[in-house]
Design a protein around this ligand. Structure first.
Ligand SMILES: Cc1cc2nc3c(=O)[nH]c(=O)nc-3n(C[C@H](O)[C@H](O)[C@H](O)COP(=O)(O)O)c2cc1C
Length: 337
């Protein structure tokens, strides 16, 4: 069981928070541009940062040029990551039009040549995360998996939807099973796992080596620990309102400590300092607030009255206000002594 890559979400702090709750194996970073990595553009290098407690860590890169992807894989390896993963699932046109992300599924020979170039360039395992295919007429994950296996990929993860589906409909786990049967390398299934019992069912009924969970872990970071309880024949642990409050406050604390937006950080990275009066504290504050807004879009679905919390978080003007409203929300929900 591992955390699927999610842009804007699976930052180092979040990955650590989930790991600390137990039973989480692999974690995958947000996707990073191979081009930005090769050119050493400051912000992209931040995506490569991780702490020892997160291991094994996979860094996902995207791009369409084999030599640039190979060079980016070397940057990832030099930063000590355990795995480098290729994004072949992103349906966003901005990425797809550069022969990257899921559009690589429409050019399987080219996709395989990217993997081959990366495998030649690094010693760490190269893996691929793909979708079912580009659209209903082009569902080719089993064939592409065979091709990237032949090119040297060590594992593949499959999100069982097409790019055309984006996040609509349901992930096709029969297709994921077909991919697992088509190759010798480990296949990780991904899509729509929200309840601990669903993880167990998919692991038992599909010949996958494991699962990667995306939105389910944003909604319920205890999901892996609960699935492990079920596997051990125990009732899944209860998550209290206090647990949920603590998670958000601890996450904010980690982000506040580590947010990389100080003027000195920008200077060291060689990034331009905005010409208008730059207030690092305010920028930093906004960054943390935005991160919490993004998470709470999912996290509040697991809480009674979560819609109120979501609206409040979306309106919070500062980290201070955010802390106060989280404390108040959970304080009001808690049964009085
Ligand atoms: C907010 C968000 C960001 C995502 N970013 C990435 C990404 O950077 N790379 C990637 O391969 N998949 C990305 N995905 C797809 C997920 O990894 C996963 O395949 C998909 O959400 C289906 O799994 P789920 O139903 O468990 O969420 C993203 C999904 C979400 C919801």
């Amino acid at each position: 069981m591992g955390i699927a890559p999610m842009a804007g979400m699976t930052d180092s702090a979040f990955r650590r928070m989930v790991k600390r709750l137990g039973s989480c194996g692999l974690v995958v970073s947000e996707m990073v541009s191979s081009e930005a990595l090769v050119r050493g553009i400051g912000r992209s290098l931040e995506y490569l940062e991780f702490t020892e407690e997160e291991r094994p860590v996979s860094i996902q890169i995207f791009g369409g040029d084999p030599s640039r992807m190979a060079a980016a894989a070397q940057v990832v390896e030099s930063r000590g990551a355990d795995v480098v993963d290729v994004n072949m699932g992103c349906p966003v046109p901005k990425i797809a039009k550069h022969h990257a992300g899921c559009s690589l599924m429409r050019e399987p020979d080219h996709a395989a040549s990217i993997v081959a170039a990366m495998v030649r360039a690094v010693r760490i395992p190269v893996t691929v995360k793909m979708r079912a295919g580009w659209n209903d007429q082009q569902v080719n994950a089993p064939e592409l998996a065979r091709m990237v296996e032949a090119a040297g990929a060590s594992a593949v993860a499959v999100h069982g939807r097409t790019a055309a589906q984006a996040y609509h409909g349901l992930a096709d786990w029969n297709l994921i099973a077909r991919v697992a049967e088509a190759v010798q390398i480990p296949v990780y299934g991904c899509g729509d796992l929200v309840e601990p019992g669903e993880i167990l069912d998919r692991l038992r009924s599909t010949p996958v080596a494991g699962v990667l969970v995306g939105r389910g872990i944003l909604r319920n970071p205890w999901l892996f620990a609960q699935a492990a309880d079920l596997m051990a024949g125990r009732r899944p642990r209860e998550v209290s309102l206090e647990d949920r409050r603590r998670f958000l406050i601890d996450y904010i604390d980690l982000l506040v400590r580590e947010a990389p937006w100080g003027e000195e950080d920008l200077r060291q990275r060689g990034d331009a300092i905005p010409r208008k009066r730059y207030d690092p504290a305010a920028t930093h504050d906004r960054w943390v607030v935005n991160k919490l807004r993004a998470l709470c879009g999912y996290y509040t679905k697991g809480v009674d009255g979560g819609a109120h919390l979501r609206v409040a978080v979306n309106q919070a003007p500062s980290v201070g206000a955010l802390r106060t409203l989280i404390e108040e929300f959970f304080g009001e929900l808690a049964p009085s002594a």
